[in-house]
Design a protein. Structure first.
Length: 584
């Protein structure tokens, strides 16, 4: 490991914090006073808990389907789940699972919530809201998003447990940050107490999950990071905390060879008899068109077909999550989810014919490579932390590493090729790595053809993301630097106030903000307010998914024109952005 990397890691070592094992014990002592719920599906199954149900279903060798849903209110979300369940029953589809996706506002304490920033999904305000989803007949509603490793960890984690959610939070989301919630040590210690409660509930079948595409692998170009990071999260959750762990993946992967191979690689690498290694395969969210929407079925059908074939071959028990074809333009409606479930039901009909003609030999080879290189990357990570002074046996140390470490450095620090070759030799690209490279190359060509290569020379630009999506920032950085600019990054999950504070510290006027969380109009309002409040003569510009739920609407609307009318430049055409900066 490079000297600079070691010094950076040493700077992250927690100091003055309680022992992680003591915090776990606090949670374990509280656990007997907390009654865990049972989902509607578990209660109907005559099984004692979800794990018993999983083993029973896995023995049937059927394909099970899962969706994700997050509508503007908890009531609408519950009604939508019931409608989906009824629809699936008519199709005779094995669909009894859904991931409930709330607003990011749920992650923060009520006193810190900014309700004027309307998001595209619901916010649970009370335990009853959690219970309204947990009690849906015949359904396992996994309420794991915005639950664990967030500023509101204790309230949301315990509420999800009481509502009977098998998945009590997603460790991968610990790396996310939230506006006005900078006391990281405080809420990570609360998270660890929740882990203590869950460890005491081991026999009741509850656990936590990892979703690789929400965590460190989402910053990586090489798919080996998926195996490495899943091994690390399992190490922290199961070995250090005594909590069941399962993994989901796929949103940033569309290569059906790599995706299928990862199913085997993750299953083999994480396998434990007492817990399901892989929870679900998520269809990609990167390759859909935002025009000619029906054509997206072409991409979806081939991907889901291969996922079904892979699951039937490897028998992992993983569920399959198809993404509605409208995902690229707005949060999916119930009708859009019904459509893809209908496709799923027909796709299963002739699956045996495909099994006769599909050869998995190459995929088996890829899986073995991913397992071997992923394990090496995991050991590089653990050995690296140990060598600089982290207590790798203390769960709080490991969780604080996840919270503090710059995820964009993960691959270049621990990739299995770094020690031997000095750089990562990428064999199996993730979508975002490949797409970002392709977009950068194409846009650089446009910049050159328009004679804009050096027009930003001498200009300094600050770039940041208001959520976890960082590839837009990487894309903008590469292109703006090609046009001659000096770019300073202010990171992901950055509040608007922090972004402007950083701009002031750096003496930068040009501020680029990427946003994908359905709050574009609210973000634009904050940008305008900060611009007017300060005297920096700023030139701000926005890009990303520029939508918001407007008053009286239940679905997101494109608000790009409204943002521009406010006086904040918003466009995803970087050529236009370069011209804006050049002319100011």
């Amino acid at each position: 490991m490079a000297h600079a990397s070691k010094e950076y890691l040493r700077s992250l070592i927690p100091k003055g914090l309680p022992a992680g094992k003591e915090l776990l014990e606090e949670g374990r002592k509280i656990a007997p006073f907390i009654e865990a719920g049972r989902s509607g599906l578990v209660r109907e199954s005559n099984c004692g808990n979800y794990l018993e149900l999983f083993k029973k279903q896995a023995a049937q060798e059927n394909i099970f389907w899962v969706s994700q849903i997050g509508l503007p209110t908890a009531e609408e979300t519950a009604a939508g789940i019931k409608e989906l369940r009824d629809w699936a029953e008519k199709l005779s589809l094995n669909y009894n699972y859904t991931l409930a996706i709330p607003s990011t506002l749920q992650a923060v304490p009520k006193e810190a919530r900014k309700y004027d920033m309307k998001s595209t999904s619901y916010v649970h305000e009370t335990l009853e809201d959690f219970m309204s989803l947990g009690n849906i007949k015949g359904m396992e509603v996994m309420q794991g998003d915005q639950v664990l490793g967030v500023p509101n960890s204790w309230e949301t984690g315990i509420s999800a447990l009481k509502a009977g959610s098998y998945q009590v939070g997603c460790i991968s989301q610990l790396m996310w940050n939230y506006p006005d919630c900078g006391e990281h040590e405080k809420y990570v210690t609360e998270m660890l107490k929740v882990m203590g409660v869950l460890s005491a509930k081991w026999e009741e079948g509850f656990g936590v999950s990892g979703y690789m595409d929400d965590g460190f692998p989402s910053y990586c170009k090489d798919a080996v990071a998926y195996v490495a990071w899943a091994l690390f999260e399992q190490y922290v959750a199961t070995q250090l905390c005594g909590v069941r762990y399962t993994v989901g993946y796929g949103g940033l992967l569309s290569d059906i060879r790599v995706k299928s191979a990862l199913l085997k690689a993750l299953y083999d690498s994480l396998y434990r008899e007492d817990q399901p290694p892989v929870l679900f395969l998520h269809a990609n969210t990167t390759r859909y068109w935002d025009h000619d929407i029906e054509a997206n079925y072409g991409m979806l059908a081939q991907e889901i077909l291969m996922s079904v074939l892979a699951e039937r071959r490897y028998r992992t028990g993983a569920m399959i999550l198809p993404v509605p074809i409208t995902e690229k333009v707005h949060v999916p409606t119930v009708e859009a989810i019904k459509n893809v479930l209908g496709m799923a039901s027909r796709l299963e009909e002739n699956i045996e014919q495909w099994e006769d003609v599909v050869d998995f030999a190459r995929i088996d080879e890829i899986a073995e490579t991913l397992k071997e290189r992923g394990a090496k990357m995991f050991h590089n990570l653990l050995d690296g932390l140990d060598s600089v002074g982290f207590d790798i046996e203390d769960p709080l140390h490991m969780l604080m590493f996840i919270k503090k470490f710059d995820a964009s450095l993960f691959e270049e620090t621990f990739h299995p090729d770094i020690s031997e070759k000095g750089k990562a030799d990428i064999q199996f690209y993730t979508d975002m790595g490949l797409l970002t490279k392709k977009m950068v190359d194409e846009t650089k060509k446009e910049v050159k053809e328009a004679n804009l290569e050096h027009v930003l020379k001498g200009k300094r630009i600050l770039l940041a993301s208001t959520d976890t999506h960082i590839y837009g920032v990487h894309y903008m950085k590469a292109v703006l630097e090609y046009a001659g600019a000096e770019v300073v990054e202010a990171g992901a999950d950055s509040s608007v106030e922090y972004i402007f504070d950083t701009a002031d510290e750096e003496g930068i006027r040009y501020i680029g903000i990427s946003t994908h969380n359905g709050q574009a109009l609210g973000i634009a309002g904050q940008v305008l307010a900060e611009t007017q409040k300060r005297s920096g003569g700023y030139i701000p510009f926005l890009g990303g998914v520029l939508n918001t739920i407007l008053p009286g609407h239940s679905e997101p609307s494109d608000v790009k024109d409204m943002i521009n009318q406010k006086g904040v430049f918003a466009d995803n055409d970087l050529m236009e952005t370069i011209k804006l900066i050049r002319d100011h």
